[in-house]
Each structure stands twice: as structure tokens, then as C-alpha cells.
Design a protein around this ligand. Structure first.
Ligand SMILES: [Fe+2]
Length: 382
């Protein structure tokens, strides 16, 4: 077996985990915290819960909520300026993937003193970042457990991937209750993101026994429960199962890395500023169709864990069953769009493919893909 490593934050999982935010800050000798969130989260009450625990521990704080979906490089730079000018020594993030990725970016810039876009790629961070304490409020991005940070370069209209164990948060307070305020469509998109994380991690060239267990458990939990959750969004047990699946998928992909779906979704999301999970959902079946013959045994295991009967089925039958299962979950959670409906034009595909080819996630896809291959896959997803 090839060498494998596994990194993870200290994780507290369960309802009420958010209430430990102040206690953990105290452990890191927090005197003043930068709390990164977004405007919508401020309305939910989850940020107030976290701030109350900081107050109880006599930790001062500054709020930074100028974060948009698909966080921009300039937002990271503004946040880093604030972190330094306010004399902060710990960073909290309360929110979904966007505030969490922005918070990681702020941590990188505040201790490395360069524009965030300089850190694109793998292991480019020199100086350690401040303590990161994350409270995720969506079940999908898993930035709270991962070594990924995705930032939108609006000049180049592409999302860049920063990958380093330096940005694995120190503490993830994973509280399923905080996902109760997600809309059904956000629940669907983030849930599909988690499913893609688990599938890409399981077929990645970086997969192995340290990550397979998490990937397969996540695939099973999401297949069995995501559609039910969309129809019963206030069900705490379903919220907990999907949050657990998201965490497992996050631990799997953070360590096994991803593949072509994410490379293409980063290109697409940067080009049109679309929700990340929706991009993944629109691309997944087409990438599996392309990849399947490179690792048919791995995809067969996935099909089986997603509930498809594969006994005595040929490889092409298993592929069709898996694709149908993916399509039924996608439509079952209410994602029915297409790239054309979302504004992609046939003449955009070459540029989208060229940007996807350069994404770090391509390195671990199980099948090599040229820009022309990626253009063809984009074409099928139109
Ligand atoms: Fe993702």
C-alpha cells in the first residue's frame, strides 16, 4: 500500500456544540477574536449564541460579515486588515463554506502578509495561521474539517484552490441544530456537495483505508436520508444524519482530495458565480460517465452502498444503475436546472475547460483528462 496521511481538527459533534465556542477560545488564550460570518447568518441567532459564549469567557471580539457567497479575494484582504488593526489573536467562523473559506484566507494573509491569490496550489503557506475555531451552519462544504480553502478570483473569473494542512481548523464545533435554518434548496445543494465529496474521495488516486470508511458511510447516509430531509426539513434526527454524513465526507475528501467534478465546478462557479453544490450536482453524472471505466470496481461499491442491486450485473449495467440513482437523488432533492438554463453558452465551454484543467483537484482524478475531454463533459452537461 502507498503511504497515506490523515489530518483532522479536534471535533465536537452534537446538538449544542456551538455553546462551547468561548470555552475553546479560552483554551487558545483568546483575548480578542475576529468572528467571520455573513449577513444572512446574523439573522438566524446562531452568531448571537456564539458571541454570548465569548462574552462569558471575557473574550473581546470584532465581527466581520462582509462576506458574499463564493468569497472574493478582496473580502479576504479586508478581513485580514481588520484582524491586524483590531489586534485579534484567534479567528472564529460561523456559517457555511463562504465565511469559513474567507476566515481561512484571513488567517493565511494575516500571518503571511501577501495577497491571498499568491497561495493557490498545494502547500504554499509558509507561516502558521492563527487558531481557527469553526462552527459550520450548513451540511456540505465541510470547510470546518478540511485542508481546502476556495477563493473567487473575480479578475480572472475563476475560483482558486488553496490546499494545506496549515488551514485545517484547530477545532470544529459541529452542531446539527444550526442547519435547521437552511432553506430547502440550500439543503439540497449542500447535501449534493457532500455526496460529491464522498464519491470523488472514494475514487480518488489519493484514496485508501484511512478515508474509504468515511467516504462509504457518507455515501450511504446521504443516499438514504437526503431526499427525506428535503420533505421533512425540521426533523432533528435527519438533520443530524446529514450533518454527520457531511463531516465524514469532509474528512474523506480533505485527505484523499477530489477530482474532475470539483475542478469543473470551481471553473464554472467562478465564471458564473453559481452555488457550488448546484454546480457539482449538474456535473456529477457526466463525470462518472467519463471516469467509470478507469475504476469500475470502486464505482460498483458506490452503486451498492447507494442501494442499487448489482448482483450478476455487467459493468455497463452497474454504470447505468449508478447514473440512474444519481439522477433520481438529484431530481428528488429538487435540482432540475442545466448549464444552459444557468446561462452557460456553447462558446464558453473551451474557456471553462481550460480553467478546469489547471485546477489542483485534477491531480487525483482516477482518469487523466485533457482540456478537450473536459470540454466534451461540459458539453454533455449543457
Ligand atoms: Fe465541494
Amino acid at each position: 500500500m502507498s503511504l497515506r496521511k490523515f489530518v483532522s481538527p479536534e471535533i465536537i459533534f452534537g446538538n449544542g456544540a456551538r455553546n462551547l465556542a468561548g470555552k475553546y477560545g479560552h483554551q487558545f488564550s483568546a483575548e480578542k477574536a475576529l468572528v467571520v460570518t455573513d449577513k444572512n447568518l446574523l439573522k438566524t441567532g446562531w452568531v448571537d449564541d456564539v458571541l454570548r459564549t465569548l462574552h462569558e469567557q471575557n473574550i473581546k471580539y470584532t465581527l466581520f460579515s462582509d462576506v458574499t457567497p463564493n468569497p472574493r479575494a478582496f473580502e479576504v484582504m479586508h478581513g485580514a486588515d481588520l484582524y491586524l488593526s483590531e489586534g485579534c489573536n484567534v479567528i472564529y467562523a460561523v456559517g457555511g463554506g463562504s465565511p469559513m473559506d474567507c476566515a481561512k484566507g484571513i488567517g493565511i494573509v494575516s500571518s503571511n502578509q501577501k495577497n491571498i491569490l499568491n497561495f493557490e496550489g498545494i502547500d504554499k503557506i509558509i507561516n502558521p495561521v492563527p487558531p481557527l475555531i469553526f462552527i459550520p451552519t450548513t451540511a456540505g462544504s465541510s470547510a470546518d474539517v478540511s485542508q481546502f480553502c476556495i477563493i473567487n478570483d473575480i479578475m480572472e473569473k475563476v475560483k482558486i484552490s488553496i490546499v494545506s494542512k496549515a488551514i485545517v481548523p484547530d477545532v470544529a464545533l459541529i452542531d446539527p441544530e444550526t442547519t435547521l435554518t437552511m432553506s430547502p434548496y440550500l439543503t439540497a445543494c449542500t447535501g449534493m456537495d457532500a455526496l460529491v465529496h464522498a464519491i470523488e474521495a472514494f475514487v480518488s488516486t489519493g484514496s485508501g483505508p484511512l478515508t474509504d470508511l468515511y467516504a462509504l458511510n457518507a455515501i450511504e447516509l446521504l443516499s438514504e436520508n437526503l431526499i427525506d430531509l428535503i420533505h421533512d426539513p425540521d426533523n432533528p434526527s435527519l438533520r443530524e444524519k446529514i450533518m454527520l454524513a457531511s463531516m465524514q465526507a469532509g474528512l474523506a475528501f480533505s485527505n484523499a482530495i477530489l477530482g474532475t467534478v470539483h475542478a469543473m465546478a470551481h471553473s464554472l462557479g467562478g465564471f458564473l458565480d453559481l452555488p457550488h453544490g448546484e454546480c457539482n450536482a449538474l456535473l456529477l453524472e457526466h463525470v462518472i460517465d467519463y471516469n467509470f471505466d478507469s475504476v469500475p470496481d470502486r464505482y460498483s461499491i458506490i452503486a451498492n452502498r447507494m442501494g442499487s442491486s448489482i448482483n450478476n450485473a455487467s459493468s455497463s449495467e452497474i454504470k447505468e444503475k449508478l447514473l440512474n440513482r444519481i439522477r433520481s437523488i438529484k431530481s428528488g432533492v429538487g435540482i432540475s436546472s442545466s448549464l444552459i438554463k444557468r446561462g452557460v453558452k456553447p462558446e464558453d465551454l473551451k474557456q471553462l475547460a481550460s480553467k478546469a484543467e489547471k485546477d489542483a483537484c485534477m491531480l487525483t482524478n482516477p482518469k487523466p483528462a485533457t482540456a478537450e475531454d473536459l470540454e466534451n463533459i461540459f458539453g454533455k452537461a449543457l
